[in-house]
Design a binder for this molecule. Structure first.
Ligand SMILES: Cc1cc2nc3c(=O)[nH]c(=O)nc-3n(C[C@H](O)[C@H](O)[C@H](O)COP(=O)(O)OP(=O)(O)OC[C@H]3O[C@@H](n4cnc5c(N)ncnc54)[C@H](O)[C@@H]3O)c2cc1C
Length: 387
């Protein structure tokens, strides 16, 4: 497929959402140009592990990449607690009637699997080292200006799908931003006890701590004020280990080995509308969430899958107002509840007022004690809908 031909869709950004969208469209015989700014979209330096829901597994299976992702560690149960007060909840896979609540996969392993499939697809042209600088929509098509190997290139399509992870392209849509005043520390740890495929989410007044089962150990995501995270990153391994133990407690055993620590800034960014003229925003480009509930990529994969579904049910021009309106309508509820749940969790659990501590404890106890509430919560987190 020539770079200069008119494509059905130009995808800007070859992260996991852009890669998944390219495959979902290619499986429906749409011609796709996927432009990725980096020369190598498989980052060796990104230590993030992602908790993918069972629903995301189903999407990746349909795209034919699930079996290519290695390593992947199943989550059979999640233990949720908060420090300094009573109340806790345990969610198990049987509550939702699925074999696992989710799976922990390294960001780089997911990218590797997606890239291999994209490169094999006859319907996708993958352009690496191509940074989109501007998008201009006209009546019949959209033009994306790319900087590629020090040259400017213009590519044309019926639809531009923005999956750049950042909303950096200006003027596409209005963006709402909330700075939580938090960063995330990410690392991998080994503990004295085997994890038996349990994940732990522990809320503290300073932020949340998630231990996700990852191969023989855990991936840790510890959120706190940015200067606290910087300080935690610069501690010696032994001092960090002691502080982690004191903050998390003994539930997962003794922390015995810690890998390199990396900090990520955290912010809530929401595009007011996920569509503009001949343009659609998906994944982090449409909504960048706090990682507390592990919803960001799960939501992004559903964005990608549903856009391909909408195009299938509305054949013809993929950038038409008809398609874009149908897509925005179909994604409205899932996007809104993903943002609402994540934002509420961050704000409710990072406040140390006595009454809120008490309410949190009651909430966790009720969630634990009421099977229908548990079922509804787990369905929302796994599939973005309550059956
Ligand atoms: C610490 C942490 C933990 C997380 N844990 C979870 C979790 O457990 N579960 C979960 O579901 N989510 C989690 N997330 C969120 C998840 O990482 C994101 O939702 C996901 O990476 C979004 O994918 P994306 O493809 O939209 O964007 P990205 O992963 O950011 O990819 C964007 C791509 O676009 C490229 N690009 C950027 N600008 C341009 C341009 N102008 N032109 C061309 N290419 C461009 C970039 O190089 C990149 O490859 C976590 C996030 C953090 C920070």
């Amino acid at each position: 497929m020539s770079l200069d031909s008119q494509h059905d869709v130009v995808i800007v950004g070859g992260g996991p959402v852009g890669g998944a969208l390219a495959l979902a469209l290619a499986n429906r015989a749409r011609s796709v140009l996927l432009a990725e700014a980096r020369q190598d979209p498989v980052p060796g330096d990104d230590p993030r592990s992602l908790a993918l829901s069972y629903g995301s597994r189903l999407v990746l299976e349909r795209l034919g990449v699930w079996n290519q992702i290695a390593p992947s560690t199943a989550i059979h149960a999640i233990h949720v607690s908060h420090r300094g007060a009573l109340g806790r909840a345990v969610l198990v896979a049987a509550d939702a009637g699925v074999p696992a609540l989710g799976y922990v996969v390294p960001y780089a392993a997911l990218q590797r699997a997606l890239r291999a499939s994209v490169q094999k697809s006859p319907h996708v042209t993958l352009l690496l080292g191509a940074r989109a600088a501007q998008i201009t929509a006209a009546a019949e098509s959209v033009c994306v200006q790319l900087e590629h190997r020090s040259e400017q290139r213009a590519v044309h399509a019926r639809l531009a799908a923005i999956t750049d992870g950042s909303m950096a392209l200006e003027g596409l849509t209005r963006v709402r931003v909330r700075d939580y005043g938090q960063s995330a520390l990410v690392t991998n740890v080994l503990t004295s006890k085997p994890h038996h495929n349990w994940a732990f989410e522990r809320f503290t007044p300073d932020g949340s701590m998630a231990l996700l089962p990852r191969e023989a150990g855990f991936a840790l995501v510890w959120t706190a004020a940015p200067d606290r995270v910087q300080q935690l990153c610069s501690l010696s391994a032994r001092t960090f280990q002691a502080q982690l133990q004191s903050a998390f407690g003994e539930r997962a055993g003794t922390f015995i080995e810690i890998e390199e620590r990396t900090a990520f800034p955290l912010v809530l960014r929401i595009a007011e509308r996920p569509t503009a003229a001949r343009t659609v925003l998906l994944g982090n480009a449409a909504q960048t969430l706090h990682p507390v509930a592990g919803q960001g990529l799960n939501l992004g994969l559903r964005d990608a899958w549903e856009l391909a579904e909408v195009m299938q049910t509305h054949p013809g021009d993929p950038g038409s107002t008809h398609v874009l309106t149908a897509y925005a309508g179909r994604r409205h509820r899932d996007r809104a509840s993903g943002v609402l749940i994540t934002d509420a969790l961050v704000r409710l659990f990072s406040n140390n007022r006595l009454v809120l501590r008490w309410l949190r404890g009651c909430g966790l106890t009720l969630l634990d004690a009421l099977p229908p509430a548990k079922h509804a919560f787990v369905q929302q987190m796994m599939f973005g809908r309550v059956f």
